[in-house]
Design a protein around this ligand. Structure first.
Ligand code: PMM
Length: 268
């Protein structure tokens, strides 16, 4: 999953794709590099101090990009949003997946929308709000608590009418989690896969990778590659990345070594 952040303050793309034409070009380049999905987002959720964006601003950022992408992109689009209205516009433009970092909690219209439109949904674990989630990085047992949460949110989505086969779960690396929490969750990926849903992992260039591997460009690139390779080997079906070309090679190699022709479906 290639990340297309259409935000002026995003974690690593920093305003580069605010211009709709450049955003479209970048999405097409990620597709050409081998990305199987493109994740479009108009509200930054970087760990430190992400600000709430009014819905009009979020829509003004993503709608022109989605309208252009819908006609030109061959791979499915996911919309990274907490808001049902933004998701609705994206789905009308041809998006196939709602990537909700609040696991359908933020907006009560999100679950019925997903059920009605039969799109896929990514249910991600986080705690607290966009600006303060790091204050909530306290757990007795982070693995057990994240697993229980995702199991409960998947049940909620299914009860709202979302088909089981369209549910994807995500431990939410970096969201209300310290580096140690992220490492524990990565080590527990086989348990997460055992929930029975495809697992998405978003480690790309996150601050825990910088803290462990180093914050330089090369260190971030290789740290991200290591996290993605091990995540795929442990059963992850989707890795969310900024550098699609590098990730494709990593995913192919890791999947082949783990005996998975394509990293789809959990084997755990
Ligand atoms: N991370 C970010 C944004 N959206 N969505 C999912 N499902 N999982 C993630 O880990 C995730 C996400 C923040 O990262 P960015 O600012 O680099 O895009």
């Amino acid at each position: 999953m290639g990340v297309l952040n259409v935000t002026p303050d995003s974690f690593s793309d920093a305003a580069r794709y605010l211009d709709a034409d450049r955003a479209v070009e970048h999405a097409l380049a990620m597709e050409a590099a081998g990305a199987d999905l493109i994740d479009v987002g108009g509200e930054s959720s970087r760990p430190m101090g992400a600000s709430e964006v009014p819905i009009e601003v979020e829509l003004a950022r993503v709608a022109p990009v989605l309208a252009r992408l819908g006609k030109r992109l061959g791979v499915p689009i996911s919309i990274d949003t907490r808001r049902a209205e933004v998701a609705r516009v994206a789905l009308e433009s041809g998006a196939a997946i709602i990537n909700d970092i609040t696991a359908l909690e933020h907006d009560c219209e999100m679950a019925p929308l997903a059920a009605r439109t039969r799109c896929a949904v990514v249910l991600m674990h986080m705690r607290g709000g966009l600006a303060n989630h790091i204050e909530f990085a306290r757990y007795r047992d982070v693995v057990r608590e994240v697993l229980e949460y995702l199991r409960a949110r998947a049940r909620f989505a299914a009860a709202a009418g979302v088909a089981r086969s369209r549910i994807i779960v995500d431990p939410g690396l970096g969201f209300a989690k310290t580096a140690q929490h992220n490492l524990k969750l990565l080590a527990a990926l086989p348990d997460l896969c055992a929930l029975g849903y495809p697992v998405l992992v978003g480690a790309s260039r996150k601050s825990f990778v910088a803290a462990i591997a180093g914050a330089g460009e090369r260190e971030l690139e290789f740290g991200t590659a290591a996290a993605n390779a091990l995540a795929v080997a442990a059963g992850a079906s989707i890795v969310r990345v900024h550098d699609a070309g590098a990730a494709v090679a990593v995913v192919r190699m890791a999947a082949a070594m783990a005996g998975r022709a394509r990293p789809l479906g959990c084997d755990a």
